[in-house]
Write a new protein. Structure first.
Length: 131
């Protein structure tokens, strides 16, 4: 027959397992980007920052997760350029420029970071679950 001590232990364990903190979603992994709702900049603000870095005409912009960051990827046709597109990546939370790359017109989904030669870890926010 269970002792009083055993019953107290069982009650404490049951209470701990049903505590609200024990039943919430697990913490995000270190490599996870913040949810899209965490963006503090608007698309227009990100475009302004990108154009200050690389003057020209914005061809496209999108909010995406890249390398654990939430960024705006802004494609710009630089002023005075005969051809070529620059991709300016703006941190969607603090507004810092996190990268500028030469973009190949024909290659948008399998972009290669020309400075490193590695495949970019990018998820379009439109394809992600909204939190």
């Amino acid at each position: 027959m269970p002792t009083t001590r055993t019953w107290i232990f069982a009650i404490v364990v049951a209470a701990a397992c049903t505590h609200p903190r024990a039943t919430t979603q697990p913490a995000a992994r270190a490599g996870d980007a913040p949810p899209p709702s965490a963006a503090k900049l608007t698309d227009a603000e990100a475009r302004t920052i990108a154009l200050a870095n690389t003057p020209g005409e914005v061809k496209a912009s999108e909010l995406e997760r890249e390398h654990g960051h939430l960024i705006y990827s802004i494609e710009i046709i630089p002023t005075g350029a005969d051809h070529g597109i620059k991709e300016v990546n703006v941190d969607a939370i603090d507004g810092s420029i996190v990268g500028v790359e030469d973009e190949d017109d024909d290659d948008h989904d399998g972009d290669v970071d020309e400075g490193h030669g590695d495949h970019r870890d990018t998820d379009d926010v439109d394809d992600l679950d909204r939190d």
